[in-house]
Design a protein around this ligand. Structure first.
Ligand SMILES: Nc1ncnc2c1ncn2[C@@H]1O[C@H](COP(=O)(O)OP(=O)(O)OP(=O)(O)O)[C@@H](O)[C@H]1O
Length: 222
């Protein structure tokens, strides 16, 4: 369903370099990525989401090579196929929690903001324990609450691929397990694949496969 083939990326001349010979995920698979800080885990998620473009190689998602799309096409593809929980949440301060959760509908003509979408947003927020805070803006929410808003936003469109960058990093141990269960349940309901970066080793048994990212760091020639 997702394949990353011979992908090379570099942040500018002489910057951090990443090379991934091959990585693939089956449909509905739950894969965790672990690895040292700075090993390129977020960079990989950004490449798969089409936020960054590789220097070479292919990234196929459900039969579409995202590296071959224009900027605008990649944005649309991302909004309609991928739910991304960003490490820093990436919430918009001028919008309420509810508007943040429904934001993908504002920017994607292919997605229709109907009663179903609105009730899905409410149900997700309730399940995440922020149902009573939907009218607040991010500045009036704790870090953990902001993280839950970001998770609801990633799930509300029922994407086929969920990319999660430390999605439970700011939550207490009990909430971590519960929110991850919710994420997996939502994924299972719509047949989605989950690719999650995590430093929480106690969560790893919940995944079907774990890969250590340290292996992909390209060693610069001396
Ligand atoms: N926009 C950027 N410009 C230049 N270098 C960058 C940029 N973003 C990240 N890097 C560098 O690329 C490397 C990989 O960063 P990345 O965020 O992918 O690592 P990570 O494995 O996700 O780290 P962490 O676990 O700390 O989140 C780091 O050395 C980082 O400093």
């Amino acid at each position: 369903m997702i394949s990353v083939e011979n992908v090379s990326f570099e942040y500018g001349e002489g910057g951090f370099r990443l090379h991934i010979p091959h990585l693939s995920l089956r449909e509905r698979e739950r894969l965790a990525i672990v690895g040292p800080s700075g090993s390129g885990k977020t960079t990989l998620l950004n490449l798969i989401a089409g936020i960054l473009l590789p220097k070479s190689g292919r990234i196929d998602i459900d039969g579409t090579d995202v590296t071959g799309l224009s900027d605008a096409e990649r944005r649309q593809f991302r909004a309609s196929h991928i739910g991304f929980v960003f490490q820093d949440f990436a919430l918009l301060d001028y919008l309420s929690a509810r508007q943040n959760i429904l934001y993908p509908y504002r920017i994607t003509p292919a997605l229709k903001l109907d009663a179903d979408a609105r009730s899905r947003a409410e149900a997700l927020a309730d399940a995440c324990g922020i149902g009573d805070k939907l009218d607040r803006h991010p500045a009036a929410l704790s870090q953990g609450e902001q993280q839950r808003v970001a998770i609801c936003r990633a799930l509300v469109t029922q994407p086929k691929l969920i990319l999660s960058d430390e999605a439970t990093g700011n939550l207490d141990p009990e909430s971590k397990g519960r929110i991850l269960d919710l994420l997996f349940q939502q994924a299972a309901d719509v047949g989605a694949t989950v690719l999650a970066v995590t430093h929480d080793h106690e969560l790893l048994p919940r995944f079907e496969r774990v890969i250590d990212f340290a292996q992909y760091r390209e060693v610069a020639a001396a």
